[in-house]
Design a binder for this molecule. Structure first.
Ligand SMILES: Nc1ncnc2c1ncn2[C@@H]1O[C@H](COP(=O)(O)OP(=O)(O)OP(=O)(O)O)[C@@H](O)[C@H]1O
Length: 311
């Protein structure tokens, strides 16, 4: 369990994290989203004792990171996959870590097995691909068999196979009852990985909700309609709370009515309907809507899409 209470961090006059509170549950992957500079890494660093809160607290299993006698057995983190000694082999790196943290060296082979490092474990780290480095980082995080895992941007730069592997690993670790906290810029990936979301904007919490609830809350009800006399049906559907958007001669989109109402109205007006499809909104739709005003630096585009999209 990770608990933040009125957590705040300022750097000079800059407020990076502005008094946030949340509680992450075991058995759950919690996704951490927010535009660039919204305070995600700062929050994760404070959780790991790498930065000190200006006020408030962030605790792991009830205590700040530094107060744990065996921190690696409590929490494992991948905050910077590059922080290794390039001349060592993966196995040597893990052995050194295990020894300095009082972890039996038999655990090294277990985490090599768990993360699929295989024969790469006996090669020097400098020869590793990004994907192998990421596996090594996760192997190191798992050494102490911790109940809490923190991954900051674990899939950055990975190929699709690597991305899928990280997702499956995160899901498996949560299924084992661990608390998994993951930040990522990849919306589609987050949608497949997380059970719960925390969204930050300029250091504050914009949303803290189960992922499906978050997606539903940010979406309008949109229905795609294809009909023979589409303009007749559009006229019949007009109402103050309804938005109609023509797509082509036969097709239009309705916002604000459900498919059943549209179908009945078509029957009443004698229009033959060929298609009536509720449009699924995506995590990205809800995210963009929520964070649009909280992007620090817009990239000149009209709706801030690029700035938010990279976030
Ligand atoms: N050591 C530091 N000194 C001064 N300002 C900092 C420091 N670390 C972070 N900041 C500022 O605090 C804010 C939050 O940064 P942080 O890196 O936590 O955001 P983030 O959400 O992780 O962003 P990104 O998605 O770009 O990694 C930013 O405005 C950043 O410039």
């Amino acid at each position: 369990m990770i608990t933040a209470e009125n957590l705040r961090k300022t750097y000079g006059s800059k407020t990076a994290v502005d008094g946030i509170s949340f509680q992450l549950q075991p058995g759950t992957v919690t996704g951490f989203l927010g535009p660039n500079g919204s305070g995600k890494s700062t929050t994760m660093r404070m959780a790991m004792g790498l930065d000190r809160p200006t006020s408030g607290s962030i605790t792991i299993a009830g205590k700040p990171f530094a107060a744990h006698r065996a921190p690696l057995r409590t929490v494992g983190a991948v905050l910077d996959a590059g922080a290794t000694h390039p001349g060592r082999t993966g196995r040597q790196h893990l052995k050194v870590l295990a020894t300095t943290h009082g972890i039996p060296s038999s655990r090294v082979d277990q985490v090599i097995e768990m993360t699929g490092l295989g024969s790469a474990a006996s090669k020097r780290i400098k020869s590793y691909s990004l994907g192998m480095n990421q596996r090594l980082g996760i192997a190191a995080a798992l050494l102490g068999d911790p109940a809490v895992l923190i991954f900051d941007e674990p899939v950055n730069g990975l190929d699709p196979e690597g991305v899928r592997w990280v997702r499956q690993m995160a899901r498996q670790l949560a299924a084992e009852g661990r608390t998994v906290f993951v930040s990522s810029h990849l919306m589609s990936e987050m949608a497949q990985t997380a059970d719960h979301l925390i969204v930050l904007g300029r250091g504050r919490i914009l949303a803290d909700a189960p992922i499906q609830e978050f997606i539903d809350s940010g979406s309008d009800q949109r229905v795609l309609v294809r009909a023979e006399q589409s303009s007749t049906l559009m006229n019949a559907l007009q109402a103050p709370e309804v938005t109609l958007r023509s797509i082509d001669a036969e097709t239009f989109e309705v916002i604000g009515l459900d498919p059943r109402t549209i179908g009945r109205r078509a029957l009443d007006t004698g229009v033959a309907v060929h298609e009536l499809t509720p449009q699924k909104s995506s995590l990205e739709d809800s995210y963009m809507r929520l964070t649009g005003d909280h992007v620090e630096y817009r990239s000149g585009g009209s709706a801030g899409f690029e700035a938010g999209g990279q976030a």
